[in-house]
Design a protein around this ligand. Structure first.
Ligand code: KIV
Length: 290
């Protein structure tokens, strides 16, 4: 489906044509999984800007404003330096650019770990400033109390277990998790603790496939895989990865396009035309009215 947008400059809202679908809700996502199975897998992609959200919205169930924006947008070495201000600005842009998908915003490192109260303040700010429907935070059992605290106070929480990139300094890198029995058991018990605390969905990232399947079976809420298994209740990828924006991508990324080549080709042609003075042509210049 192709959608066009008109920007209302008074409100910054982009009005789509044709008329948008009704926005999905967190309970609707949670209820996709019935009796341990999800008949219609959940489609989730990251989005960081309004225009990107406009293009993804009709095709996704959830748009995640991931803290991966630290690396993807800001060129940071990891997601650790990402701030609440960055997440709020990009979250608001994605909500403005979408009408259909549930928008979930990542809680950045340092904004929620100290206490449930600190997490509530950060999450409430994200909901107020962006209009998003919920937040995602990383960590298992250690975060269960916080997940329960937020959920009971009106903030839907998506959990994130397995490879948790904010913990890169503890994990020592971004390798797949769950290769030892102890690590595998911990990932499953982390997911159980989050689900019992009220998480409406859980991302399982970068784990050996049997662990992703075990997590999917262990919890009643939807489990969304990234580097997990096709048997998860849904999938998420970083949009720039699946579009081929970067040269190196992890094994679990399927490249659906080679957008970096498209951009490079277009810029090469533009640069050549500027240097030959063949751009702008007559059709791109304003002439005095006769
Ligand atoms: O930050 C992010 O983009 C994420 C996804 C990879 C799940 O957490």
């Amino acid at each position: 489906m192709s959608t066009t947008f008109q920007l209302d400059t008074a409100t910054s809202r982009a009005h789509p044509t044709p008329a948008p679908m009704k926005r999905l809700t967190v309970p609707a996502i949670r209820q996709r999984k019935v009796g341990g199975t999800t008949a219609e897998p959940i489609v989730m992609l990251t989005a960081y800007t309004a225009r990107q959200a406009q293009l993804l919205d009709a095709h996704c169930d959830i748009l995640l404003v991931g803290d991966s924006l630290g690396q993807v947008i800001y060129g940071l070495p990891s997601s650790v330096p990402v701030t609440l201000e960055m997440m709020a600005a990009h979250g608001a842009a994605v909500v403005r650019g979408s009408y259909h998908s549930v928008v979930i915003v990542d809680m950045p490192f340092g904004a929620y770990e100290a206490s449930p109260q600190a997490a509530f303040e950060a999450a409430a700010r994200l909901l107020k400033d962006t209009g998003c429907a919920g937040v995602k935070l990383e960590g298992g059992e250690a975060m269960a109390e916080t997940v329960a605290f937020l959920t009971r106070r009106g903030i839907p929480v998506m959990g994130h277990v397995g490879l948790t990139p904010q913990a890169v300094n503890v994990l020592g890198g971004y390798n797949a998790r769950g290769r030892s029995d102890a690590e595998a058991d911990k990932i499953v018990s982390d997911a159980r603790a989050l689900a019992e605390a009220g998480a409406f969905a859980i991302v399982v990232e970068g784990v050996v496939e049997p662990i992703a399947i075990a997590v999917q079976q262990a919890v009643p809420c939807p489990v969304i895989g990234i580097g997990g298994s096709a048997k998860c209740d849904g999938q998420v990828l970083v949009t720039e990865d699946m579009l081929g924006m970067f040269e190196r991508v992890p094994r679990f990324v399927k490249r659906y396009e080679e957008i970096a080549d498209t951009i490079t080709g277009a810029v090469e042609r533009y640069a050549a035309e500027v240097r030959h003075r063949s751009f702008p042509g007559a059709e791109h210049t304003y002439q005095p009215k006769k």
